[in-house]
Design a protein around this ligand. Structure first.
Ligand code: ADP
Length: 151
């Protein structure tokens, strides 16, 4: 017995565990992918957010609502690339693998999004580029929450 209250235990866990430890595999498509194929990819991979890359680096994020918006408009989803509808860098909220779950949870709530790409940053010619190495979502955090309460 640690002598700590359950609240203290829960706080310590979310404040200790790094996002890299509970990450999921990211679903990634290229900017040239059609909106239609992006939707198919979202269904096949059973995720709510997909990340978009160009030349291997993160350029955007697409959510369910982005796809819904494109479908209720008159967009030709077979021919429009996903790059046209995505939320684009530098407006993407990211986390590093060594940030805590608490920090990730705060970003998710503050920015009102469902998931964050976990990234490694590289500086090339004074510009920042992000390699997507994982994904953390409300689901990962909820799962951890359940695991903690079972300890
Ligand atoms: P949903 O569309 O299912 O409600 P979100 O709340 O995550 O999903 O997405 C809301 C908006 O925020 C969308 O336009 C999406 O492109 C954008 N978005 C999602 N995740 C991020 C992120 N990590 N950083 C910046 N924008 C994001």
């Amino acid at each position: 017995y640690t002598g700590k209250s359950p609240n203290q235990e829960i706080f310590n866990k979310v404040n200790e565990i790094k996002v890299g430890e509970i990450k999921s595999v990211p679903v990634v498509v290229n900017e040239e992918t059609s909106v239609y194929d992006g939707i198919v990819s979202m269904f096949l991979n059973d995720v709510g957010t997909i990340f978009v890359i160009s030349d291997g680096y993160l350029t955007g994020v697409v959510s369910r609502k982005d796809f819904l918006k494109s479908c209720i408009g008159n967009m030709d989803i077979n021919n429009v690339p996903i790059g046209v509808i995505m939320t684009r860098m530098p407006n993407i909220i990211t986390v590093y693998p060594n940030e805590t779950v608490l920090e990730a949870a705060k970003k998710i709530i503050l920015h009102e999004v469902d998931s964050l790409p976990i990234v490694d940053k590289e500086i090339i010619d004074n510009k920042e580029y992000c390699k997507v190495i994982g994904r953390i979502s409300k689901t990962n955090i909820t799962r951890l929450f359940i695991e903690i309460t079972n300890i």
